[in-house]
Write a protein of this length. Structure first.
Length: 122
């Protein structure tokens, strides 16, 4: 059976009303450090206390609680996606690329839980 070649990075992505306010909250209460704010795409990332694990915050005017999406790091999104699609895994739309930042592909487990693959382009 084909598998995606995951690396040692994972990002938990959350929708929030105001990512900068949320980033301040996570910094103040949990000691997370802001890695960056990407204002042009409404995204922020914070380093958690666990090596290789970041928290991603995306602007959304109507976030739903319990909407965390695990984002698994890969060296090559296209190769990982191809392997998973070849095994019958369902993906949501096309792979998305943010130049100089990240390449993303959303897929689903058998219960319909959303997961993502991410290739670091920085």
């Amino acid at each position: 059976m084909a598998t995606a070649e995951l690396n040692n990075k994972i990002t938990f992505a959350l929708d929030v009303q105001d990512r900068k306010v949320s980033a301040d909250w996570y910094s103040k209460h949990l000691g997370f450090e802001v890695v960056f704010h990407a204002d042009d795409v409404g995204w922020s990332e914070l380093q958690t206390k666990t090596p290789g694990v970041t928290l991603g915050l995306g602007d959304n005017q109507s976030p739903n609680a319990g909407n965390a999406i695990p984002v698994f790091g890969v060296g090559d999104v296209d190769a990982a996606r191809s392997a998973l699609e070849g095994a019958g895994v369902r993906f949501d739309g096309d792979t998305v690329k943010y130049d100089g930042m990240v390449k993303l592909a959303t897929f689903y487990d058998p219960d319909g839980n959303a997961l993502m693959l991410a290739q670091d382009l920085s």
